[in-house]
Design a binder for this molecule. Sequence first.
Ligand code: SF4
Length: 705
Amino acid sequence: TPASLVADTTTTAVCGYCSTGCGLRLHVLDGEAVGLTPETNYPVNLGMACPKGWEALRVLESDDRARVPKVRRADGQMDSVSWDDALNLFTDRFKAIQAEHGNDSVAFLSTGQIPSEEMAFLGALAKFGMNIKHGDGNTRQCMATAVAAYKESFGFDAPPFTYDDFEQSDCLVFIGANPCIGHPILWERVLRNKNNPEIIVIDPRRTETAMSATEHLQLSPKSDLALLYSITHCLIEGGFVDQTFVEAHTDGFEALRSHVSRFDAETVAASSGISAEQIRRVAAKIGKGDAVSLWWTMGVNQSYEGTRTAQAIINIALITGNIGRPGTGANSITGQCNAMGSRLWSNTTNLFGHHKFENADDRSKVAEALQISVDTIPTEGSWSYDQIMEGIRAGEIKGLWIIATNPAHSWSNQEDARELLDQLDFLVVQDMYDSTETAHHADLILPAAAWGEKEGTFINSERRYGLLKKVRKAPGEALADFQIFRAIAHYWGVGEMFKQWTHPEAVFRIMQRASAGSPCDITGITGYEQIDRSGGVQWPWSAADAENCGDVDPPVQRRLFSDGEFCHPNGKARLIVDEITPPPEAPDAEYPTMLLTGRGTVSQWHTQTRTSKSPVLRKLYPNHSYIEIHPDDATTIGVANGDRVRVTSRRGSILVDAMITPTIRTGQAFMPMHYATTNQLTLSHFDPHSRQPSYKNSAVRIEKA
Ligand code: SF4
């Protein structure tokens, strides 16, 4: 290290990629971060970081950072403009669209990547200040299913676990989850488990996690709900039900027993590709475990029946009494660094802090907390992401404001999504880069500061508020999203409504007021300084909790439901079952292969918007897109490893390289979601309860190119 780059101070902030929420120690010289190391004292990562975290600073220096506002000219080129011109254009165009087509003709799409305070500001500004009713987050693509499942089963969107549970379980079950790749630091926590645990993986692919498991149930794609019902049936038949817990703390057991009795192991073995013997053996391992934890991610959430599948997992935890104790739980691991902040504070489907738009008392409470007129709060929730896209198709949505997300890459049936963006009268993209696939469709680009260039809080998968810090200046004229929202409020003429919203911690105070008395109450947190000192604070932490604790800092690890009290009015959790639904698209003679998509590497993130900017991360992953094919299928098609193949679905046709691997089964193929063309193939179909896209079952044809 050159002497000129020796840091003069260090400070700890949470990472800005995934929902693990690792603490990173930033080394700062003259107010600018010059390096980082994983924080050894942070209770999440305990001194570890994945390659994305190590490279977090480097991607901020890219040439394609958005530095000034830009407006599209009539010839399609972008012109740099002043912030004053940009904000006047933003206001004039959106107001004109609302005047001509009604307030609901403008919508927004946001993100799980900005701090909670910015989520709150955007949601309040759009809904209460600008009369925009329809707005949703890209968290609809990853977490909506878990939200819907928890709300119906527990009475609140309440992931019950703490990361310590990875180390305390004697049996861990991963369903549609590959933490070796998706959440590598959480997998490191599993490796610290001293109980010699059973590790059961339910996944159609032999993933890196499956290779490390004691049992891998390599089931047929989307036979997971039937398999989980069969395991539940085996648990009941095997006498593994915790009757005392079920009677005291759940509703619906008899209906559950009756429903799952149809899913005997032999019947489900035939449809899932798992032997009846293995189904019974796995059920017995779960039944005999003292501390069983069940973990799921996108393999469950991104499904046309994801909510019911997540609830089948929750049912298993509930009937075996595996909840509220160390090492237990029905645990959804979130994706983005602040997906949880989006769930709580984005003010989209739920009113500010998981209140209900439809409930007059909730509207009054939020109006009081925000010190605004209750009449500014809509009386119904928003359209979901897919409904907003369909609103564009129908000509009902004419103006769209996209913040820190990239639908032209990530939305299913990509060509269709791009055509919809081009149908808009006015598209604003607010992002840290002006080179994203979505920015290419924008009429106006607002340059935003990034992680490390602003302050606020992220909430990780275990409900922990962690602090984000400003350790470098944003490039050019880029502003923190917080400052952009403040400026828009002023130009829109509602600055007075947001006069208290002066800085992120002031908004955190407003969020605290709105949370009072709810399951996510954070009124006991004394402020950012306590979050920083404590290694983050898990919600809930109410004023009463703080008082009972003697006003010392909250315990480092806390889990929910240790008293068996759930959030439904009668205090009980609900056991929910449903009929199995057929897949919306099945392989046939024309499209004989089932395409699965997902995370392909530990070193890339989502649409590669940031991670592709790091030479180190690029070296850790092929720059060209590929498709995983079983050796037998490769022989049938006549391709060898590395050959170019054409992959065609009913939506599109793309060229990629073949990767021949026995980790995928015959009749199936896998493509990482990180490459720009993958979603040209994927199906637009949605879980009816969560409206989450079903990315993992598209029928395709693979041919030698
Ligand atoms: Fe950041 Fe997630 Fe990697 Fe931790 S695991 S360093 S939070 S990307």
